[in-house]
Write a protein that binds this ligand. Structure first.
Ligand code: ADQ
Length: 457
């Protein structure tokens, strides 16, 4: 995107601040794109106030930040309710966890409309709009109803489920109608694009044969896979920080001669955490050479704690890690180090770099950036091994990882053991191939390719 094509407008629930060092890779890439052409980042302020809609504007270089407050009732309905108790579980194949309450859907529509109303006031005719994720599915539909004709792209960070699951979501036809108001819909994988196409054919009766080009409700939407990446250089540079070095020294010391397996996730039921702990339990039993030698470090950051399903998974994990440790621990060996906390990114980089196995075994995941971060910081001469779920979007690209079915505990146990004893030459070969993929498909490339495609329409 160049300056001749106008500004970039980013809309997402959580906002970055282009003036501050960004936390995650996506915020870095979007900040760069925004700083290059100028624009606006509109999102939730993080504040819950009496009424939805108050917007605080601030300037950060060429970028205007527009932060909107949301009322408690709308937050409960839009964020905790429809976004995280209907769309998130359903799109992760967990229809058993959905909680459909009409007032939550109404709040979701209301909040999307409020964001659209704020955006219209800030918009210029040449602006390009890029909307992010499942919290904002109705943005384009609302904007179009207000007469906005700008190009509008959308990127779905989570998976799009098969049509039979989509069809079980109340109001699914309206959701799909909302998708068609975007000019371009980006998905993480080709499998997601196919699911979108099959839904359009089976439920909406769309006749297009081309999955990248769908005409429905009198509109044409382009659909394409844009697998998201990480900021490889920035993440690798973290290894040089004192925080990373201190962690490597300390963990290296306390686990001297021991082998680390590491998992890092938000504490979400989609991440396959109970299954992962069971794999480790079984690994120690089935391959007793791991006894007193191998440690699983599982970091699980708190998230959406007021949603019941998240409280349940937290309790389950605490129980499991306690009982597995109780069964196997020795005075000088704790098999599972379970940490329910956010950890600074520099420490994560350090931890990944000294872990023999990166264990990334979600039951369902749009992409999974941890898989890519793990590869980014491995030592090329003596790298660790990535064990990756076939149900993470990342598995579509990262075929040199050891791919597992996380529901199959025995197969995963055997695969982790294979990773632990893999000869160095094979580890190096796999790492070289994975590293190239992660570097070529970094987050900057992802951002540039999405925006270039949107501009070309
Ligand atoms: P998430 O579900 O959050 O993202 P993921 O892609 O793994 O999943 O990203 C998590 C990020 O948070 C990583 O950068 C990781 O390092 C960091 N993180 C995780 N636990 C942490 C902890 N305890 N402390 C500090 N940092 C932690 C959603 C989708 C994914 C998709 C991304 C990006 O669910 O499938 O890959 O968006 O599109």
């Amino acid at each position: 995107m160049d300056s001749k094509t106008g500004r970039l407008i980013v809309v997402s629930n959580r906002m970055g601040d282009p003036g501050k060092p960004a936390q995650g890779g996506m915020a870095v890439a979007l900040n760069q794109a925004l700083n290059a052409v100028g624009g606006v980042w509109l999102g939730w302020s993080g504040e819950i106030t009496e009424r939805t809609g108050a917007v605080r504007l601030s300037k950060s270089g060429p970028v205007q930040l527009a932060a909107m407050d949301i009322s408690q009732q709308d937050y409960d309905g839009y964020y905790l309710g429809y976004s995280n108790s209907v769309l998130w579980p359903a799109f992760h194949h967990r229809l058993d966890l959905i909680d459909t309450q009409p007032e939550h859907f109404a709040a979701y529509r209301r909040v999307n409309r409020a964001f659209a109303q704020k955006l219209v006031k800030l918009l210029e005719p040449e602006d390009t709009i890029w909307v992010h994720d499942y919290h904002m599915l109705f943005m384009a539909m609302e904007l179009r109803s207000m007469g906005v004709e700008n190009k509008i792209g959308f990127f779905l960070h989570i998976p799009l489920p098969p049509s039979q699951i989509m069809a079980a979501i109340p109001n699914n036809e309206l959701l799909m109608r909302a998708f068609t108001h975007f000019d371009l819909v980006g998905f993480q994988t080709h499998a997601d694009v196919m699911n979108f196409h099959l839904y359009a054919q089976r439920v909406l009766g769309v006749e297009d044969d081309d999955p990248n080009h769908i005409t429905a409700f009198g509109r044409t939407v382009r659909a394409q896979a844009f697998p998201i990446g990480v900021d490889v250089d920035q993440f690798r540079a973290l290894l040089e920080t004192d925080q990373a070095k201190e962690l490597v020294g300390r963990i290296g010391g306390s686990t001297a001669g021991r082998v680390l397996i590491t998992g890092v996730d938000r504490l979400d039921y989609s991440k396959g955490l109970p299954e992962r702990l069971k794999v480790f339990d079984r690994l120690i039993e089935k391959y007793p050479e791991n006894h007193r030698l191998t440690t699983l470090v599982q970091i699980a950051s708190p998230t959406r704690e007021s949603v019941e399903a998240y409280a349940d998974i937290r309790k389950e994990l605490e129980g499991l890690s306690g009982s597995i440790n109780g069964k196997h621990a020795r005075i000088d060996w704790t098999p599972i180090r379970y940490i329910h906390r956010n950890v600074p990114r520099a420490r994560l980089a350090g931890l990944f770099s000294i872990s023999r196995v990166g264990l990334v075994t979600p039951l369902r995941d749009g992409m999974n950036l941890v898989a890519k971060e793990y590869v980014a910081v491995q030592d090329d001469d003596d790298p660790g091994v990535l064990v990756l779920s076939q149900f993470a979007g990342a598995a579509e690209e990262m075929e040199e990882a050891l791919i597992v079915n996380p529901h199959d505990i025995e197969q995963t146990v055997d695969t982790v053991q294979r990773a632990l004893v893999m000869p160095q030459s094979e580890r190096r070969e796999r790492q070289a191939a994975l590293k190239k993929r992660v570097e070529d498909g970094n987050v900057e490339a992802w951002c540039a390719s999405f925006l270039a495609r949107l501009q070309s329409i």
